[in-house]
Design a protein around this ligand. Sequence first.
Ligand code: ADP
Length: 434
Amino acid sequence: MFRKVHLYLTALCAGITTTILIVMSLLYLYLSEKELYENQFRSFQNDMSTIATSLEQQSVISMEWLSKMETRGSYTFYVLDNGVPFLYNRLSNLSESSDTRKILDSCLEYYQNTFEVNFSEEIDDNAYNTCHHVEFPFDPAGKKHAFHISVIELNRGTSSLQLLILSPLDFLREQITRQRVRFFLIDIAAILLLSLFSFFFTGKLLQPVIESRRKQTEFIAAASHELRTPLAVILSAAECLRDADAKRQTRFLETIRQEGEILTSLVNDMLTLSASDSQRFSCHPAPVELDTLFINTYEAFEPLAAEKKLSLTISLPEEAVPPCMADADRMVQLLSILLHNALSYTPEGGHIDLALSYKKNRFHLTVSDTGIGIPDEDKKKIFDRFYRAEKARSTKGHFGLGLSIAAEIVRLHHGSISVSDREGGGSVFTVILG
Ligand code: ADP
């Protein structure tokens, strides 16, 4: 299921980033190409102004000058003297070639139709030398951005000279094609990289979801397993109850009650953890006198310890400690879990110590016992849900949830909980609160 979601998210993420990339690239190409054509047209206009000015100043237009201008700007000149093609055109191979000729003719026609200017009518008798020029892009059918054209009209008294200058834009189109290919290749590489990135990124995003789903499945499996045992005992006791005599009936009823209590405590623990998972675990910090809370807890557990033939002691700081910002009920719950474990895993005649100290603005809460101890390989795992060290497996009513609840309480108080070996055997649980 997660594989499908992963692929779907990858496709979605890659699709969105790819679309953005393509749109941005196209926009950039459009703007950059537009600018290239505009710059080229502007520089062509400048060139034409220079040529027009120098034409104005020349009394005789030499072929040498025309040919020099042509090669300098890769232009094609077509000169008409009073409407008659100038000698230069006849000598030049370019203008005589039929293709160029056709273009020149259609261009001249386009110019006359579009600009509707008849320079010869504007001849000013007073002005011996008048020069006009106009530039425009010209695209013969099917060929976009083919040429920039300039028509220069030079009037000298009664004679008029028309220059049609053609600047092919092949080199610009080639440059643009090269740019488009470069962008295409870069975009393909970027799309591949983005797809790879999306795959890993969505994989990483899904990781906590997969992990929480795995934990949830494990939790349900472990909870069902733990619920099965007391339920089986209750069902078989109820079965036997029917045919049993009064004395045995009382025993079976007691068994049912005890197993019911175990079930209640298991369900309560599970509800506590589920509340913590869904952020509903209530915790209302307020100033708490931890030493008073310790004394109350000690008094509550003292009879239990005595019943189990264990000695329970309490160590408090000699000087008064400041109040601790904590949820008092949760603190009692935390100490109860640690003390219950100490009572459960310490054999008769053992010793349990409940201690509070205050160092460097931090409260240290410790519960140490002379019990069975915890092997190093189990020390990290005991805070996991439903984890029980091998030695504790036979202990009835212990489901491996107590320490995970304790860890949740400590986490809500932004503190830390750890376990270590007690010198001479047993374990020491230390909670540090800020
Ligand atoms: P449980 O309900 O089984 O005690 P916990 O989460 O409280 O569940 O503890 C997890 C496991 O940690 C226990 O099963 C036990 O193996 C180990 N453990 C906890 N406290 C002690 C202790 N004081 N001494 C030895 N082992 C302990």
